[in-house]
Design a protein around this ligand. Structure first.
Ligand code: ATP
Length: 238
């Protein structure tokens, strides 16, 4: 199970409010897009969930376990993983070494080998290039590697920050196809930061729209793509 509950969560960086009393819940197996303009608080929200920034108010729970105040390692053990914006691949390590970096919290060495093989089954190109330096991969392949590395902690809930960033539209199609397939195969819950509401609508799922650190809307992505709320969130807010 991996039901996520976010209740009245606020995050500040010094005097700068990044999130103000944000609340919503995510059900097991759901696909949720977080959308909104630059600075809306999308990354801060993902970071708060995985423990990379502290909350100043509110609480975050997964299946009733309190995440707020726990270390990122403890949160990873509860089945959450984050695939960061910009991918944060180690370019001078090989593809396989990058996957092993994702196993830092695990001690089950045999299962790690099985999981590496499973990542190669999901992403054959990574298997073919397992001994290549990750820096030599294309942007799309690096995004696949970042997702593959996230899978190495055996997550139930994956938070993916802007997987489309800097990729050509046809490569973005492939990345989303892979994410949807992984979700179907593994029953993952996915929370994806995606600035393009039309992209979110095409992939399908629920959307939480952030503006100025607050929830401006919560509903079906396809419905949002048509609505005025979206224009307001992008252009009407502070
Ligand atoms: P983007 O699409 O540009 O990544 P975002 O929606 O992910 O934006 P955040 O990165 O969460 O938004 O930023 C929310 C607010 O917090 C912004 O006003 C931003 O300038 C501020 N902020 C983010 N990180 C920091 C930081 N480390 N120190 C100070 N302010 C920050």
């Amino acid at each position: 199970m991996s039901k996520l509950g976010i209740f009245d969560v606020s995050v500040r960086y010094g005097k700068v409010p990044a999130l103000t009393e944000v609340s919503f819940t995510v059900e097991e197996g759901e696909r949720l897009f977080i959308s909104g303009s630059n600075g809306a608080g999308k990354t801060s929200l993902l970071k708060a969930v995985c423990g990379a920034v502290s909350t100043t108010h509110g609480r975050i729970e997964v299946d009733g376990d309190m995440l707020t105040g726990q270390s990122p390692e403890a949160i990873a053990r509860l089945g959450l993983t984050m695939v960061p914006e910009g991918r944060e691949i180690f370019g001078t390590l090989t593809v396989e070494e990058n996957l092993r970096v994702g196993t830092g919290i695990r001690h089950d060495t045999e299962a790690i080998e099985t999981d590496i093989d499973e990542v190669y089954q999901s992403f054959p190109i990574l298997g073919e290039r397992r001994h290549a330096n990750a820096g030599a991969l294309s942007g799309g392949q690096q995004q696949m590697l970042a997702i593959g590395r996230g899978l190495m902690t055996n997550p139930k809930l994956m938070l993916v920050d802007e997987p489309s960033l800097g990729l050509a539209p046809n490569i973005v199609d492939q990345v989303y196809e892979t994410l949807v397939n992984l979700q179907n195969e593994r029953g993952l819950t996915l929370i994806i930061v995606e600035q393009s509401s039309s992209r979110a609508a095409r992939v399908g799922g629920r959307m939480v729209l952030l503006g100025g650190g607050k929830v401006m809307g919560d509903g079906d992505a396809a419905t949002f793509a048509e609505s005025d709320l979206l224009k307001e969130a992008y252009f009407g807010q502070d």
